[in-house]
Design a binder for this molecule. Structure first.
Ligand code: PMT
Length: 420
């Protein structure tokens, strides 16, 4: 997809580099259009190196190629991050006094903006009116987030994190997918006509009305897979267990909390699907009994012993039931340091669970869970490593989907599957 990233003059411009990088790693052709003010915060060489494309800023350069409209006309998506109060005002009023303004006016692509400014500027009625005008016109507004601002103050006004912006931007395209030759819509993506079920997040097993046993899965990896599959044209069901991030657009979301709820949702959604991808971190055990009242400390007790019982293994149940026509993809989260032993564990897990593909990631205090990046190996038939992927969770998601798309090429699409 051809993406224009507009960068305007605020301190958060340095974070826009992360937006550009994530889009490039996800396989998109990215053209950066900074304003003059943005270049005071981040240098043109950085933007050219990260985007892998020349960066244009001057309205009067490239006149022969009618650049002031050509960039916008060729765009499939425009993302402006950060969007200052000044730029938001100009966009709301259709002003075109720089290359970015011309690019936006000359484009019919979805526009996504990530406002960033001080709280007072954000709350100013003029800014709020401009934001409402843009939202009414269908512009996607991402953030701002609440938190520490440039000075000592904090409040709403921080630019959203790059991965949140990228996720919202791709969702705004509404499932359009592309090929190397150019633009295509969702109906033509390489997963068009496919029904894909993804689980994401971590289950929570209640102990009493206020406590649970859980894990640190944020849902980022599973949500990235759902988003990427949607963008490539698939019909996506996302079984979401306690996500710590926003839900993706364009997917059928089934919210669950416990492993037993996840199991029921997966069994229902998996029937007739082309692929089922189990990225959720599922509790292997749950408390044998859930206390109706908050568990209290007893005077003088030295500790508390909890009795746990095994949860069903959802992936293994799906893997050992007949699942003709459904590609089953499991994950393995392992703390093993040795790369060969890590692969051996993954191969054994693939066999034991009856999965067609198994994606193994090393996890730890700072790896795998909750992080923005991931490093995985994908194991296929016979324990062969069919892909090694690393980068943003979105780029890893696309790499996993490349393997899945390839594996599905011999299978009829789900409409046909349902008819059988
Ligand atoms: O959500 P993030 O913060 O982005 O983190 C991503 C992740 C690290 C959680 C993800 O990449 C990942 O590894 N997910 C699988 C976590 C896990 O439960 O791994 P496991 O090795 O314990 O389980 C193996 C497979 O069996 C998984 O597909 C799991 O979904 C499934 N399982 C596990 C236990 C169980 N009772 N039922 C299952 O179906």
């Amino acid at each position: 997809m051809n993406v224009v990233v507009g960068i305007t003059g605020g301190i958060a411009a340095y974070k826009a580099v992360g937006v550009v990088r994530a889009l490039v790693l996800a396989g998109h052709e990215v053209h950066v259009v900074p304003t003059e003010a943005a270049l005071r915060f981040v240098g043109r060489p950085t933007l050219e190196a990260i985007s892998r494309n020349p960066v244009h800023v001057d309205l009067y350069e490239g006149v022969a190629e009618v650049r002031h409209v050509a960039i916008g006309q060729a765009a499939d998506l425009i993302v402006i991050a950060p969007a200052t109060a000044n730029t938001i005002a100009k966009l709301a009023n259709g002003l075109a006094d720089d290359l970015l303004g011309n690019t936006v006016l000359a484009s019919e692509a979805p526009l996504v903006i990530a406002p960033a400014m001080h709280t007072e500027m954000w709350r100013n009625p003029a800014t709020q009116a401009n934001v409402s005008t843009l939202a009414e016109r269908g512009v996607t507004i991402v953030g701002p987030a609440v938190g520490q601002l440039t000075g000592a103050d904090s409040g709403p006004g921080r630019m959203e994190e790059p991965e949140v912006i990228v996720r919202a931007a791709l969702a705004a395209v509404g499932g359009r997918a592309e090929d190397s030759a150019g633009r295509r819509d969702a109906a033509q993506g390489d997963l068009a006509g496919r029904r894909i079920v993804v689980s994401a997040g971590g289950t929570r097993e209640p102990l009493d009305p206020v406590r649970f046993l859980g894990n640190r899965s944020s849902g980022k990896q599973g949500v990235a897979i759902a988003e990427a599959a949607r963008a490539r044209g698939a019909e996506v069901t996302l079984v979401a267990a306690n996500l710590e991030i926003g839900e993706p657009g364009g997917c059928d979301i089934r919210r669950v909390s416990t492993a037993l709820e996840l199991r029921e949702a997966m069994q229902t959604a998996a029937a007739g699907a082309d692929a089922v991808i189990m990225a959720a971190a599922v509790a292997d055990y749950r408390p044998a009994a859930i206390s109706e009242a908050k568990i209290k400390k007893e005077p003088g007790d030295a500790g508390l012993t909890l009795e746990l019982v095994r949860n069903p293994d959802i992936l293994a149940e799906l893997g050992h039931a007949p699942h003709d026509g459904t590609l089953l993809v499991g994950f393995a989260a392992e703390t093993e340091n040795d790369p060969e032993r890590l692969l051996a564990l993954a191969r054994a897990k693939r066999e034991a669970k009856g999965a067609d593909l198994l994606v193994v990631n090393r996890v730890g205090w700072t790896e795998g869970f909750a992080s923005d990046e991931n490093r995985v190996s994908v194991i296929g038939a016979g324990g062969v490593v069919v892909a090694e992927l690393h980068g943003s969770k979105l780029s890893v998601a696309d790499g996993i989907l490349d393997v899945i798309a390839e594996a599905l090429t011999d299978h009829p699409a789900s409409e046909d599957t349902h008819a059988r």
